[in-house]
Design a protein around this ligand. Structure first.
Ligand code: CA
Length: 230
C-alpha cells in the first residue's frame, strides 16, 4: 500500500511516515504544502491520503475539494485542529472519509489509516482466506493449513496488495507504484524475484498455484475469498 501524507510540519510528517513504514509496512510519500500534495495526488497511485487542514500554498479543504471534483475516490483522512460540529460537517460534505482532531494518538491514527484502506478496498474484515491459506492483516501473519509461512516484509506486502484485489489482474507497474515510494522504478528488476519467492512459499507442494501470472498483463490471486465477519 502507498500513502500520501500532506503535512507541513516536517517533524510530525517524519514521525507518521516512520510509523507507517515500520508498522503496517506502507510506502509513504510526503508533501509539505497543499499545492505539492494536490499535484502528487493527481498521479492516482495512492491507496490513502492523510491530509492536514492548515497548509501553506493551498489549504487542505481546497486540496480535498479539488480531488473530489476530479472524481478521485481515494480515501482521505483529515487531520484538523478544530473539531467543532460545523467544521466536521463541512469536512464530511467535502468528501473526507474520516478525520482526527489534534492532538491525536499516533496508535489511533495508524489504526484508522489501516481500517480506511481496508474499507476502501471493500474489505471490512482484516482476515482473508484463499483455500487453506489464511492472511491476518492485523498481525501480518500468513498460515497454510494452520502452519505459519515465513514471508519477507516485501513478500508480505505483495500478498497483502493482491489479496485486497481478488480476481483482478495487477500489473507489475501497479505493484511497483503501490508498494514503493516515488523511487519505485529502481525496484523494477527485483519485484519478479519477490513474487517467485512468495509463490514458492505459498504453494508448498500444492498442485495449484495461488498466484497466476498472465504474461504481459500481470498477476492475479486465484480464489481469493474474503472471510466473512463473524
Ligand atoms: Ca499544518
Amino acid at each position: 500500500m502507498r500513502v500520501l501524507l500532506v503535512e507541513d510540519e516536517t517533524r510530525v510528517a517524519e514521525i507518521i511516515a516512520c510509523a507507517l513504514r515500520e508498522g503496517p509496512g506502507y510506502a509513504v510519500d510526503i508533501a509539505n504544502d497543499g499545492r505539492t500534495g494536490s499535484d502528487l495526488a493527481r498521479d492516482g497511485v495512492y491507496d490513502l491520503i492523510v491530509l492536514d487542514l492548515m497548509l501553506p500554498m493551498m489549504n487542505g479543504l481546497a486540496v480535498l475539494q479539488g480531488l473530489r471534483r476530479r472524481g478521485d475516490k481515494t480515501p482521505v483522512l483529515v487531520l484538523t485542529a478544530k473539531t467543532t460540529k460545523e467544521s466536521t460537517v463541512e469536512l464530511l460534505n467535502a468528501g473526507a472519509d474520516d478525520y482526527l482532531g489534534k492532538p491525536y494518538d499516533l496508535g489511533e491514527l495508524i489504526a484508522r489509516i489501516k481500517a480506511l484502506i481496508r474499507r476502501g478496498k471493500g474489505a471490512a474484515s482484516p482476515m482473508f482466506r484463499i483455500r487453506d491459506v489464511e492472511i491476518n492483516t492485523l498481525e501480518k501473519t500468513v498460515t497454510r493449513a494452520g502452519h505459519l509461512i515465513e514471508l519477507s516484509p516485501m513478500e508480505y506486502r505483495i500478498l497483502e496488495y493482491l489479496v485486497h484485489r481478488p480476481r483482478v489482474v495487477v500489473s507489475k507497474r501497479q505493484l511497483l507504484e503501490h508498494l514503493y515510494d516515488y523511487n519505485w522504478e529502481r525496484h523494477s528488476n527485483v519485484i519478479e524475484a519477490h513474487i517467485s519467492n512468495l509463490r514458492r512459499k505459498l504453494d508448498g507442494d500444492s498442485e495449484h498455484s495461488y498466484i497466476k501470472t498472465l504474461r504481459g498483463h500481470g498477476y492475479c490471486l486465484t480464489q481469493a475469498n474474503k472471510e466473512r465477519e463473524s
